[in-house]
Design a protein around this ligand. Structure first.
Ligand SMILES: [Zn+2]
Ligand SMILES: [Zn+2]
Ligand SMILES: [Zn+2]
Length: 256
């Protein structure tokens, strides 16, 4: 089955430009240097699966003219991946059921407490996102396609990336355990965390992710969760042709 993946956001937690920053990348005129918080959308067979709801989800949805979201799956519960949940509101009305939100049980608990007004409140005037949290502790079948969680280390937390068909999306990690590397063979497309060149305790670097890309041998590798240390054009010129920085609005066709 043919599918389309759209990069809604390719930036790190603070986004690029970063508030108050005077660096060249934050003031670049290249639109690919404008990076909203990290998320992708996968469309197939008339369905739309969103991975994470960032604080920039509203702008991303307007930019991409999103008219419906059928399901959301969460990689983890950090603010830059969940804070746009309330902006599902207009997309959650006029549908027969609530939008299901899938998350690992411990992440679902954090999301429930962050958005307790939406999940627990009895509010008779409307105005709440019509969403339903579903705990997910293994692969889920969404509209005939398996989304398989791939466990990765994000500092000392175990969070998820996802594999779906010939693609995988691994947005926040500092290390990919060996057993997960085995789950990521034979891919056409893989997204890898590559924050910057300088080491970081919870994120991968360009150099580390190049080594991972070399091991995975996917046909195409895209780096994401990028901070303002990496100018798009210049960084790409120093990467092998099959490895590139992702950018907001990038669309890829692939086989599920
Ligand atoms: Zn993040
Ligand atoms: Zn900057
Ligand atoms: Zn994170």
């Amino acid at each position: 089955m043919k599918a389309t993946l759209t990069v809604l956001g390719s930036g790190t937690s603070m986004g690029v430009p970063t508030i108050g920053c005077d660096c060249d990348v934050c003031h670049s005129s290249d639109p690919r240097d404008r990076r909203s918080r990290p998320s992708v959308m996968v469309e197939y067979d008339g369905n739309c699966v969103l991975i994470d709801t960032t604080p920039d989800f509203r702008e991303q949805a307007l930019r991409e003219n999103i008219r419906k979201i059928d399901t959301v799956i969460y990689t983890h519960a950090h603010a830059d991946h969940v804070l746009g949940l309330d902006d599902l509101r207009p997309l959650s009305h006029h549908r027969p059921n609530k939008i299901p939100l899938y998350a690992k049980p411990e992440h679902a608990a954090v999301i429930r407490s962050m958005f307790s007004y939406a999940f627990d409140a009895v509010y008779k005037f409307g105005g709440l996102p019509q969403v339903e949290l579903k705990e997910m502790d293994g692969p889920v079948n969404l509209f005939g396609v398996t989304f398989e969680p791939v466990s990765v280390l994000h500092g000392d937390a175990e969070v998820w990336g996802f594999r779906f068909g010939s693609a995988a999306y691994l947005t926040d990690f500092s290390e990919i355990p060996e057993r997960s590397i085995q789950r990521l063979q034979g891919l056409d497309i893989v997204f890898l965390d590559a924050l910057r060149h300088k080491p970081h305790p919870t994120h991968s670097t360009v150099e580390n992710s190049l080594k991972i890309a070399e091991r995975l041998q996917a046909k195409r590798t895209f780096f994401t969760h990028i901070c303002h240390d990496l100018p798009h054009e210049e960084t790409n010129q120093n990467l092998p042709p099959q490895v590139q920085l992702a950018y907001d609005g990038l669309k890829l066709e692939f086989e599920l």
